[in-house]
Ligand binder design. Structure first.
Ligand SMILES: NC(=O)c1ccc[n+]([C@@H]2O[C@H](COP(=O)([O-])OP(=O)(O)OC[C@H]3O[C@@H](n4cnc5c(N)ncnc54)[C@H](OP(=O)(O)O)[C@@H]3O)[C@@H](O)[C@H]2O)c1
Length: 304
């Protein structure tokens, strides 16, 4: 049995908001890390991926591997011999997911999947959203291989508000729907902290953790806090639902758009719940949205 700090872990989505912190956290814990990207020769890989001294003094670094979730052979190769893998599914449909999950489960004894709070355990098989369906694929694949899984059901990411950065910087306003919808947005570092813990500790096998920020705050307040943190004017402009539908339809399928709008409408009267899973697992409180806004303030300032 590999002890936790000697584990080799494959991180998919390693260049993303969450994945880059998963890589950094695993390195700090002394694990060996394989970082998957479709563009391994890109030059903007995080500095933390270069050889770093660990607490025990031994040098570790990240092995950057080329691979594509839509190419199962590349996943199989990247995961060969790992102890655990961090998986995200970056698509709005499950096309290609079954093959990717099977390829990963064949190699990695433990899978940690970045899922979403929308998943309902009482939904009939095959009826849930894309996250529910990928969870189902993981349960099936690991049942066949004798592997284990942990699901990290995250609330909306605070990074989603980066989508407002350009309009805030240029107009001083965010034009969107349901300003009074309250969400428990989560800092990507908290998701990563939990991911590292669950990749390195077998006691999380079979757990479905529900990860949220420490408070549920309205979109109106999110915009106010972003403005305060960045020191820029920031006001909310409510737009008609149909205008939002038209904007979203440019990049998302109709069913996704309908579900999202319906969901935001409910949040006006029923704020998203808040859990203490981040604190229970990591030992520290989940970071506030104000902390996130301060960490990312530059993104909301007008470039000069
Ligand atoms: N946003 C939310 O509110 C929310 C809530 C719950 C769950 N999630 C889940 O969280 C995931 C991670 O979010 P994030 O913000 O960290 O992601 P992100 O910053 O958008 O990065 C996406 C990552 O996915 C990788 N990727 C995309 N297509 C790929 C493919 N075909 N094969 C391999 N890698 C691929 C990209 O790597 P390269 O470009 O380097 O290949 C990149 O590292 C999302 O995909 C979603 O499934 C999101």
């Amino acid at each position: 049995m590999t002890t936790t700090n000697q584990r080799t872990v494959l991180v998919t989505g390693a260049t993303g908001n969450v994945g880059r912190h998963v890589v950094a956290g695993l390195l700090t814990a002394g694990a060996r890390v394989r970082a998957l990207t479709r563009a391994p020769t890109r030059t903007d890989l995080p500095a933390a991926w270069h050889p770093t001294p660990t607490p025990t003094g031994s040098p570790v670094s990240v092995e950057v591997l080329g691979g594509d979730l839509l190419d199962p052979a590349s996943i199989r190769a990247a995961a060969a011999g790992v102890d655990a893998a961090f998986l995200l599914w970056p698509y709005l449909t499950t096309d290609g997911a079954a093959a990717a999950v099977r390829a990963l489960a064949e190699q990695a004894p433990h899978l940690v999947f970045l899922s979403a709070t929308a998943v309902r355990d009482d939904a009939p098989p095959g009826q849930g959203d894309v996250y529910a369906q990928v969870e189902e694929l993981i349960r099936e694949a690991t049942a066949a291989t004798g592997g284990t899984w942990t699901f990290l059901r995250a609330s909306g990411f605070a990074t989603n508000t980066l989508g407002w950065a350009e309009q805030l910087a240029t107009t001083g306003a965010v034009s969107w729907v349901y300003g009074k919808a309250a969400r428990s947005l989560i800092h990507e570092r908290d998701i990563a902290d939990v991911a590292v813990a669950t990749l390195l500790d077998d006691r999380h096998a079979g757990a479905r953790h529900v990860l949220t920020g420490p408070e549920s705050i309205t979109q109106l307040d999110q915009v106010r806090i972003l403005g305060e943190a960045a020191g820029v004017p920031a006001r909310w402009e409510e737009i008609p639902t149909e205008a939002a539908r038209e904007q979203m339809s440019a990049f998302a399928p109709p069913a996704f758009v309908d579900d999202a709008l319906r969901y935001w409408a409910t949040l006006v009267h029923e704020p998203e719940p808040v859990t203490d899973d981040v604190e229970r697992i990591t030992g520290h409180r989940a970071r506030t949205f104000r902390t996130w806004a301060t960490d990312h303030a530059d993104a909301f300032r007008r470039s000069t």
